[in-house]
Design a binder for this molecule. Structure first.
Ligand code: ZN
Length: 311
């Protein structure tokens, strides 16, 4: 038990567990629109004023003001210390808790640097998404992707809803735009946006001349991309590789967007690829989701059933 727990581990743990599961296994929750509710476990009441937001991974009680994330809930509900609550969550997530000595200032500085880098990586992914969307509107060769999308029957509004963008031709567009420091360059590489050609000792953009689909996590943060070619190049579809923030086996493309489209998700329809998800949305069927180049797994279904009763 001795030693402090590195912040990046805690962040990762909070991403692996879902506060809805954490609370629901202790206090039965009812789905109410986008959120879940129950009678508050922290004060006496007859009508539910305790609310859990899956988007924010946060709970709040309008009656007594109790609030917090999964860790805070376990601490309050089970009267555990912070490290004990982490241990309890880690057990559910099936991961080992690393310990570090707090009195080592070097280690502490290292942890803080890791946490900062992770935040910067999320920010860079968002900036890449902004960049691709801007190219779809303003690049001199934008007609090729725009015509492709139009031919597939997509409106500008749907493209916007899904954040569809365009990675223009060229080997270093993203590098020039976003890799403005060594740290950013390293993070873009780690985040799968760049490829390192070790023979030539040269970095280049992973996504070139493709229609870009941002992949979002349950909180709406961009964690990866799917790109579709506009010519005969192979592969037709290219996904981000697995990265410290992108785990293919547990992400469903379009699930975040589907949850945004309905107060209560009526069902989830698993289709083959991003274009299918977006094309269905164009025809008013906003509950399509796609796995990302992997078979639909038990974990995918578990995630889908978290938000709806019909898959
Ligand atoms: Zn309360």
């Amino acid at each position: 038990m001795a030693g402090s727990i590195p912040q990046p581990f805690i962040d990762d743990l909070l991403e692996r567990v879902d506060i809805v599961d954490v609370i629901d296994s202790r206090v039965k929750l009812k789905k109410t629109g986008k959120n879940y509710s129950a009678c508050c476990p922290f004060h006496d009441e007859k009508t539910p004023s305790f609310s859990v937001s899956p988007d924010k991974q946060f709970f709040y009680c309008f009656g007594c003001g109790a609030s917090g994330n999964s860790i805070g809930f376990i601490m309050d509900y089970e009267r555990l210390s912070f490290p004990e609550a982490i241990d309890s969550l880690a057990k559910v997530a099936g991961v080992e808790v690393p310990r570090e000595q707090t009195n080592d200032p070097q280690k502490r500085a290292q942890n803080e640097a890791q946490e900062k880098a992770r935040k910067l990586l999320f920010s860079l992914m968002e900036q890449a998404n902004d960049y691709y969307q801007l190219q779809l509107r303003e690049h001199p060769q934008k007609n090729t992707p725009v015509n492709y999308l139009k031919n597939r029957g997509l409106s500008g509004q749907i493209a916007k809803d899904f954040g569809v963008g365009y990675a223009p031709p060229g080997w270093d567009n993203l590098i020039k735009t976003l890799a403005t420091s060594n740290e950013k360059q390293d993070l873009l590489l780690e985040g799968g946006m760049l490829i390192n050609n070790e023979d030539k000792g040269r970095l280049y953009d992973r996504f070139r001349e493709r229609i870009m689909f941002p992949i979002r996590d349950s909180r709406g943060r961009v964690i990866g991309f799917g790109g579709r070619v506009l010519n005969d190049e192979k592969p037709k579809y290219l996904n981000s590789p697995e990265t410290p923030i992108f785990f293919k086996g547990k992400e469903l493309y379009g699930l975040y967007e589907a949850r945004q489209a309905y107060r209560q998700l009526p069902r989830v329809l698993v289709v083959e690829g991003y274009m299918d998800v977006v094309a269905l949305a164009q025809y008013g069927i906003r509950y399509g989701v796609a796995t990302l180049g992997t078979a639909c797994s038990e974990e995918h279904l578990r995630i889908a059933f978290k938000y709806t009763n019909e898959v």
